[in-house]
Ligand binder design. Structure first.
Ligand SMILES: Nc1ncnc2c1ncn2[C@@H]1O[C@H](COP(=O)(O)OP(=O)(O)O)[C@@H](O)[C@H]1O
Ligand SMILES: [Mg+2]
Length: 252
């Protein structure tokens, strides 16, 4: 993996950063990566692949096919994601407005790490994903407006981001904006979306529609559950002759 770091440093003129040790436990975790606080800079996070770095012996024993699969699973997604950050560099601020800010690649004791800007809440904790915000029942009008802005941007900007869903979008309260923190780049075997802008556009349009529908469905689900409890309390209250909502006897 360190070869990719070197390649990228060479190709994209990334500065040389020394290898660092991450001593802390992850502050967040996804399906493929653990997310750590940067040991010296609180504004940054380091994303490292969950699978342990492959020992050298391993290479000799495994078949070529397995090696190819490993490259496809670990190296290709990282290259594609970095490629997209690098491509976006050429665009004006508007195009990358909702994109997580990539800082640099670093070699860590847990493998190659992607160093990015941390999105936060106003109290300093990590920003919540949209899924969490809806689950907690705090999805409100203000966040909905920001989400509409985000989906509009997602559809219209030139970004290639195929894996956009509610776990890969966070609400950064310090920026008062939605940020796409993952799913960047086209990770399919043949990257049609990256090659053909029209394919990308059509795909993003349908993805944005699915996300809108999912938000509406989840929001309704959470709201109905809350309302169902309220209605249940009301029915129990009426049958007992007490208004449980304000604790008063209904008729006196
Ligand atoms: N820039 C960021 N700011 C705040 N939280 C983040 C950021 N990047 C990732 N996270 C948190 O870490 C989780 C996992 O990160 P992610 O990049 O999606 O990993 P994976 O590739 O495994 O899905 C996210 O769901 C989110 O909660
Ligand atoms: Mg993710």
């Amino acid at each position: 993996m360190s070869q990719i770091v070197e390649n990228y440093r060479a190709v994209h003129g990334l500065r040389h950063y020394p290898a660092i040790e991450i001593l802390e436990q992850p502050v967040a975790s996804g399906r493929t990566r653990d997310v750590f606080r940067h040991p010296t800079d609180r504004s940054l996070l380091i994303k490292v692949n969950k699978s342990a770095p492959t020992p050298r012996r391993f290479f000799r024993r495994w078949s070529v096919l397995k090696a190819v699969r490993r490259v496809y699973k670990n190296v290709v997604p990282l290259r594609r994601e970095l490629g997209e950050y690098s491509r976006m560099e050429a665009y004006e601020a508007e195009t990358k407005r909702h994109l997580q800010r990539f800082s640099h690649l670093v070699m860590t004791d847990r493998g190659v790490g992607l160093v990015v800007r941390a999105s936060r809440r106003l109290d300093g904790t990590l920003a919540l994903t949209l899924r969490k915000i809806i689950q907690l029942g705090i999805y409100d009008k203000a966040i909905d407006t920001r989400m509409r802005e985000f989906l509009d941007w997602y559809e219209k900007s030139g970004i290639v981001a195929a894996d956009v869903h509610l776990d890969n979008i966070v609400f950064d309260e310090t920026l008062d904006s939605i940020v796409l923190i993952d799913g960047i780049g086209d990770k399919t075997f043949i990257p049609l979306r990256a090659w053909f802008p029209i394919v990308n556009k059509l795909y993003k349009r349908s993805r944005a529609r699915k996300i809108r529908d999912e938000i509406a469905y989840r929001f309704m689900d959470v709201t109905l559950r809350k309302d169902a409890l309220r209605i249940l309390l009301w029915i129990v209250g009426v049958s007992l002759g007490i208004d449980l909502m304000d604790g008063q006897l209904i008729d006196g």
